[in-house]
Design a protein around this ligand. Structure first.
Ligand SMILES: [Zn+2]
Length: 158
């Protein structure tokens, strides 16, 4: 079976930076519902029409990966306004403005009484090397298509 829209592609994904340093490697393969923004478009288009056993190395530029950094998403906050135990690398959700959506920030730096939050994806601004191995392909069931993600082994459990 070939990868098409509304199939479930189960894939091993390794992510390295453009110097080849490994950033992330899934221990277990991940199950992606194709055609529902489960992953980066460049990964989907590499997988499209392929069958189990396919492997590829992709070089993604910054735009194809997580986009350029947006320095307006870097926000200094007084440390006293934080719950205790704030640590560099920690994450928290904050509302954008009064009625905006919650956005995930991570703690980039603590400087004296100031905590620097960064709402950029940790890999924003980086070109990435991705290696893919397609483990299996199957048709998605209607419930998966309705939810927009894969269920079962290597997918969502709920
Ligand atoms: Zn679901």
């Amino acid at each position: 079976m070939k990868v098409q829209k509304d199939t479930i592609a189960t894939v091993h994904i390794k992510v390295a930076n453009d110097k080849g340093m490994l950033i992330e490697a899934s221990k277990e393969p991940v199950a992606l519902l194709i055609g529902h923004d489960n992953t980066m478009p460049a990964i989907e288009s590499a997988l499209m029409d392929q069958e189990a056993g396919f492997a590829a190395n992709l070089n993604l530029d910054v735009e194809q990966a997580f986009g350029p950094r947006d320095e307006s998403l870097v926000r200094p906050i007084a440390k006293k306004d934080f719950p205790p135990g704030v640590k560099v690398g920690g994450q928290l959700e904050m509302r954008e403005g009064d009625s905006g959506e919650f956005k995930l920030y991570h703690v980039a730096k603590i400087k004296g009484d100031t905590v620097i939050l960064d709402g950029n994806h940790p890999l924003a601004g980086q070109a990435l090397r991705i290696s893919l191995k397609l483990v299996s392909v199957r048709a998605a069931v209607a419930e998966e298509i309705a939810h927009g993600h894969a269920h079962g082994e290597h997918g969502h459990h709920h």
